[in-house]
Design a protein around this ligand. Structure first.
Ligand SMILES: [Zn+2]
Length: 221
Protein backbone atom coordinates (compact mmCIF):
# COMPACT_ATOMS: atom_id res chain seq x y z
CA UNK A 1 0.00 0.00 0.00
CA UNK A 2 1.13 3.60 -0.43
CA UNK A 3 3.65 4.58 2.19
CA UNK A 4 5.10 1.11 2.51
CA UNK A 5 8.90 1.08 2.47
CA UNK A 6 9.04 -2.28 0.71
CA UNK A 7 8.56 -2.20 -3.03
CA UNK A 8 6.97 -5.36 -4.27
CA UNK A 9 4.84 -6.58 -7.11
CA UNK A 10 1.60 -8.25 -6.07
CA UNK A 11 1.54 -10.73 -8.98
CA UNK A 12 5.02 -11.96 -8.09
CA UNK A 13 4.26 -12.07 -4.38
CA UNK A 14 1.05 -14.03 -5.04
CA UNK A 15 3.06 -16.86 -6.61
CA UNK A 16 3.96 -19.88 -4.47
CA UNK A 17 7.52 -19.63 -3.10
CA UNK A 18 8.64 -22.56 -5.27
CA UNK A 19 7.53 -20.75 -8.45
CA UNK A 20 9.08 -17.47 -7.31
CA UNK A 21 12.35 -19.32 -6.84
CA UNK A 22 12.15 -20.74 -10.36
CA UNK A 23 11.62 -17.38 -12.02
CA UNK A 24 14.03 -15.34 -9.86
CA UNK A 25 16.91 -15.87 -12.29
CA UNK A 26 14.78 -14.56 -15.18
CA UNK A 27 13.95 -11.21 -13.54
CA UNK A 28 15.97 -8.06 -14.27
CA UNK A 29 15.55 -4.54 -12.81
CA UNK A 30 14.43 -1.86 -15.24
CA UNK A 31 13.61 1.79 -14.67
CA UNK A 32 10.45 2.97 -16.42
CA UNK A 33 10.90 6.52 -17.75
CA UNK A 34 7.92 8.88 -17.87
CA UNK A 35 6.20 8.92 -21.29
CA UNK A 36 8.25 5.93 -22.47
CA UNK A 37 6.25 3.77 -24.86
CA UNK A 38 6.51 0.02 -24.25
CA UNK A 39 6.57 -2.65 -26.91
CA UNK A 40 3.92 -5.40 -26.95
CA UNK A 41 6.49 -7.80 -28.37
CA UNK A 42 9.19 -6.80 -25.86
CA UNK A 43 9.87 -7.88 -22.30
CA UNK A 44 7.12 -8.55 -19.79
CA UNK A 45 7.12 -5.86 -17.07
CA UNK A 46 6.24 -6.25 -13.38
CA UNK A 47 6.06 -2.65 -12.06
CA UNK A 48 7.26 -1.94 -8.53
CA UNK A 49 6.34 1.73 -8.27
CA UNK A 50 5.95 2.93 -11.86
CA UNK A 51 2.58 3.00 -13.63
CA UNK A 52 1.84 2.06 -17.24
CA UNK A 53 -1.27 3.42 -18.97
CA UNK A 54 -2.96 1.46 -21.71
CA UNK A 55 -4.10 4.17 -24.12
CA UNK A 56 -6.81 3.14 -26.56
CA UNK A 57 -6.80 5.23 -29.72
CA UNK A 58 -8.97 5.87 -32.75
CA UNK A 59 -7.60 5.85 -36.32
CA UNK A 60 -8.23 9.63 -36.29
CA UNK A 61 -5.69 10.16 -33.51
CA UNK A 62 -7.98 10.50 -30.47
CA UNK A 63 -7.12 8.38 -27.45
CA UNK A 64 -8.12 7.71 -23.87
CA UNK A 65 -6.73 5.67 -21.01
CA UNK A 66 -8.54 2.32 -20.89
CA UNK A 67 -6.64 0.88 -17.92
CA UNK A 68 -3.46 1.26 -15.90
CA UNK A 69 -0.92 -1.27 -14.67
CA UNK A 70 1.05 -0.70 -11.49
CA UNK A 71 2.59 -2.84 -8.76
CA UNK A 72 -0.64 -4.84 -8.50
CA UNK A 73 -0.15 -6.22 -12.00
CA UNK A 74 1.98 -7.21 -14.93
CA UNK A 75 2.29 -5.83 -18.44
CA UNK A 76 2.35 -9.05 -20.43
CA UNK A 77 -0.25 -8.55 -23.15
CA UNK A 78 1.16 -9.57 -26.51
CA UNK A 79 -1.04 -7.38 -28.72
CA UNK A 80 -4.05 -5.12 -28.46
CA UNK A 81 -5.36 -3.28 -31.48
CA UNK A 82 -4.90 0.51 -31.38
CA UNK A 83 -3.59 0.41 -27.80
CA UNK A 84 -0.39 2.20 -26.79
CA UNK A 85 1.24 1.22 -23.48
CA UNK A 86 2.89 4.37 -22.11
CA UNK A 87 4.63 4.98 -18.79
CA UNK A 88 2.50 7.47 -16.87
CA UNK A 89 4.38 7.58 -13.58
CA UNK A 90 8.12 6.77 -13.73
CA UNK A 91 9.56 4.17 -11.39
CA UNK A 92 11.22 0.83 -10.83
CA UNK A 93 10.13 -2.48 -12.29
CA UNK A 94 11.29 -6.04 -12.83
CA UNK A 95 11.27 -7.42 -16.34
CA UNK A 96 11.34 -10.89 -17.81
CA UNK A 97 12.08 -11.92 -21.40
CA UNK A 98 8.84 -12.75 -23.20
CA UNK A 99 10.18 -16.21 -24.08
CA UNK A 100 10.78 -16.93 -20.37
CA UNK A 101 7.26 -15.67 -19.49
CA UNK A 102 5.69 -17.90 -22.13
CA UNK A 103 7.67 -20.85 -20.82
CA UNK A 104 6.37 -20.14 -17.31
CA UNK A 105 2.78 -20.20 -18.57
CA UNK A 106 3.15 -23.98 -18.78
CA UNK A 107 3.22 -23.89 -14.98
CA UNK A 108 -0.36 -24.19 -13.72
CA UNK A 109 0.21 -22.01 -10.64
CA UNK A 110 1.92 -19.24 -12.60
CA UNK A 111 -0.87 -19.33 -15.19
CA UNK A 112 -3.57 -19.15 -12.49
CA UNK A 113 -2.07 -16.05 -10.86
CA UNK A 114 -1.43 -14.16 -14.13
CA UNK A 115 -4.81 -15.02 -15.65
CA UNK A 116 -6.52 -13.95 -12.41
CA UNK A 117 -4.79 -10.59 -12.73
CA UNK A 118 -5.80 -10.24 -16.39
CA UNK A 119 -9.44 -10.79 -15.44
CA UNK A 120 -9.09 -7.96 -12.92
CA UNK A 121 -7.52 -5.78 -15.62
CA UNK A 122 -10.47 -6.47 -17.93
CA UNK A 123 -12.80 -5.48 -15.09
CA UNK A 124 -10.82 -2.26 -14.67
CA UNK A 125 -11.13 -1.44 -18.39
CA UNK A 126 -14.89 -2.06 -18.30
CA UNK A 127 -15.21 0.14 -15.22
CA UNK A 128 -13.29 2.88 -17.05
CA UNK A 129 -15.73 2.68 -19.98
CA UNK A 130 -18.63 3.11 -17.57
CA UNK A 131 -16.84 5.98 -15.82
CA UNK A 132 -16.28 7.88 -19.06
CA UNK A 133 -19.91 7.52 -20.02
CA UNK A 134 -21.61 8.51 -16.78
CA UNK A 135 -19.38 10.38 -14.33
CA UNK A 136 -18.48 14.05 -14.18
CA UNK A 137 -14.91 15.20 -14.80
CA UNK A 138 -14.21 16.32 -11.22
CA UNK A 139 -15.11 12.86 -9.90
CA UNK A 140 -13.19 11.14 -12.70
CA UNK A 141 -10.10 13.25 -12.04
CA UNK A 142 -10.24 12.40 -8.32
CA UNK A 143 -10.63 8.69 -9.17
CA UNK A 144 -7.78 8.75 -11.66
CA UNK A 145 -5.40 10.54 -9.28
CA UNK A 146 -6.17 7.92 -6.62
CA UNK A 147 -5.50 5.10 -9.10
CA UNK A 148 -2.10 6.65 -9.91
CA UNK A 149 -1.36 7.24 -6.23
CA UNK A 150 -2.20 3.68 -5.18
CA UNK A 151 -0.15 2.17 -7.97
CA UNK A 152 2.92 4.38 -7.62
CA UNK A 153 3.11 5.14 -3.85
CA UNK A 154 3.71 8.74 -4.95
CA UNK A 155 1.52 11.56 -3.65
CA UNK A 156 3.27 14.06 -5.93
CA UNK A 157 3.14 13.47 -9.67
CA UNK A 158 4.36 15.53 -12.60
CA UNK A 159 1.34 15.79 -14.86
CA UNK A 160 0.52 18.71 -17.12
CA UNK A 161 -3.11 19.60 -17.66
CA UNK A 162 -2.69 18.84 -21.37
CA UNK A 163 -1.56 15.37 -20.39
CA UNK A 164 -4.42 14.78 -17.96
CA UNK A 165 -6.86 16.02 -20.61
CA UNK A 166 -5.47 13.47 -23.06
CA UNK A 167 -5.72 10.67 -20.48
CA UNK A 168 -9.32 11.48 -19.55
CA UNK A 169 -10.28 12.39 -23.16
CA UNK A 170 -11.67 15.80 -22.21
CA UNK A 171 -10.85 19.39 -23.17
CA UNK A 172 -8.03 21.07 -21.27
CA UNK A 173 -10.27 23.87 -19.85
CA UNK A 174 -12.45 21.17 -18.29
CA UNK A 175 -9.40 19.76 -16.50
CA UNK A 176 -8.46 23.25 -15.30
CA UNK A 177 -11.93 23.74 -13.79
CA UNK A 178 -12.05 20.26 -12.23
CA UNK A 179 -8.52 20.55 -10.77
CA UNK A 180 -9.37 24.03 -9.47
CA UNK A 181 -12.42 22.66 -7.64
CA UNK A 182 -10.37 19.87 -6.04
CA UNK A 183 -7.80 22.49 -5.05
CA UNK A 184 -10.48 24.77 -3.57
CA UNK A 185 -11.61 21.81 -1.46
CA UNK A 186 -7.97 21.45 -0.30
CA UNK A 187 -7.75 17.89 -1.64
CA UNK A 188 -4.88 18.51 -4.05
CA UNK A 189 -2.36 21.21 -4.84
CA UNK A 190 -1.54 21.88 -8.44
CA UNK A 191 1.16 24.16 -9.80
CA UNK A 192 3.14 24.11 -13.02
CA UNK A 193 2.52 20.45 -13.78
CA UNK A 194 3.18 19.29 -10.22
CA UNK A 195 0.09 17.67 -8.72
CA UNK A 196 0.18 16.72 -5.03
CA UNK A 197 -2.54 14.81 -3.21
CA UNK A 198 -3.02 16.70 0.06
CA UNK A 199 -6.00 14.82 1.52
CA UNK A 200 -6.32 11.20 0.40
CA UNK A 201 -9.50 10.47 2.37
CA UNK A 202 -11.11 13.66 1.11
CA UNK A 203 -10.16 12.74 -2.45
CA UNK A 204 -11.73 9.29 -1.96
CA UNK A 205 -15.00 11.01 -1.03
CA UNK A 206 -14.69 13.30 -4.06
CA UNK A 207 -14.13 10.38 -6.47
CA UNK A 208 -16.92 8.56 -8.27
CA UNK A 209 -17.88 5.11 -7.01
CA UNK A 210 -15.58 3.58 -9.66
CA UNK A 211 -12.81 3.99 -7.12
CA UNK A 212 -14.44 1.57 -4.72
CA UNK A 213 -15.53 -0.71 -7.57
CA UNK A 214 -12.28 -1.20 -9.42
CA UNK A 215 -9.37 0.27 -7.49
CA UNK A 216 -9.77 -1.98 -4.51
CA UNK A 217 -10.58 -5.02 -6.61
CA UNK A 218 -7.19 -4.71 -8.27
CA UNK A 219 -5.42 -4.28 -4.99
CA UNK A 220 -7.24 -7.22 -3.49
CA UNK A 221 -8.46 -5.21 -0.52
ZN1 LIG B 1 -16.31 6.82 -12.44
Amino acid sequence: MPGSAVRTNLVLSALPASVRQTIAADLRPRYLHQHETLDFTGDVVFPLDGVISLMKGTPGGLSVEAAAVGYEGVFALSALEDVTPIVQVPGESLTMARSAYERQLDNREFRAVTSGYHEALLNFAMQTALCQAFHIIEERLAYWLLVMYERSYKSTMYLTQEFIAAILAVQRPSVTIAAGRLEDRKLISNARGRVTIVDVVGLEHAACDCYAASGHVLLGA
